[in-house]
Design a protein around this ligand. Structure first.
Ligand code: FE
Length: 148
């Protein structure tokens, strides 16, 4: 599903970092969730690039608190994937935003639900170590917010 190599920066042990290469045709959110479980990452961040042929985004309308999902099925370059890792109900909780470019160089993007790799997906995952970042559902906004 993926391969990874740990990153060492001098003798710094502030954060554990991994270069993560997810296999072709895998779904990014699913693979990254599995990696977080394997490494027991309870707080962190992720960034990366890659190529995909399908992406589903979710838009929350603040007025109605209703979700509108949209899927794009075409070959696209991930120009930016950025997100954070936390925990909800003791499971990894990924909050990822993705921007990708189409054949004509226009971009689409948003809050990522899922994306299917067609080519490669190269991520850098930073584990914040013993930090535990938890989330809970917030009635007012309809969002899963940090529970500090
Ligand atoms: Fe979001």
């Amino acid at each position: 599903m993926y391969k990874y190599q740990k990153v060492y920066v001098n003798n710094s042990e502030l954060n554990d970092r991994y270069v993560l290469s997810i296999d072709n045709h895998e779904e990014i959110v699913e693979a990254l969730t599995r990696f977080c479980k394997e490494k027991n990452i309870t707080a962190g961040k992720v960034e990366g690039i890659g190529a995909i042929n399908e992406a589903t985004f979710r838009f929350l309308d603040p007025a109605t608190k209703k979700y509108v999902d949209k899927t794009f099925r075409e070959q696209m370059e991930i120009t930016n994937l950025t997100g954070n890792i936390s925990q909800k109900d003791k499971e990894p909780y990924l909050h990822i935003h993705l921007t990708c470019s189409r054949r004509d160089y226009t971009c689409v993007g948003g809050h990522l639900l899922s994306a299917r790799i067609n080519g490669a997906c190269e991520l850098l995952v930073t584990d914040f170590g013993l930090t535990k970042l938890k989330r809970r559902f917030d009635e007012k906004t309809g969002l899963n917010l940090y529970d500090f």
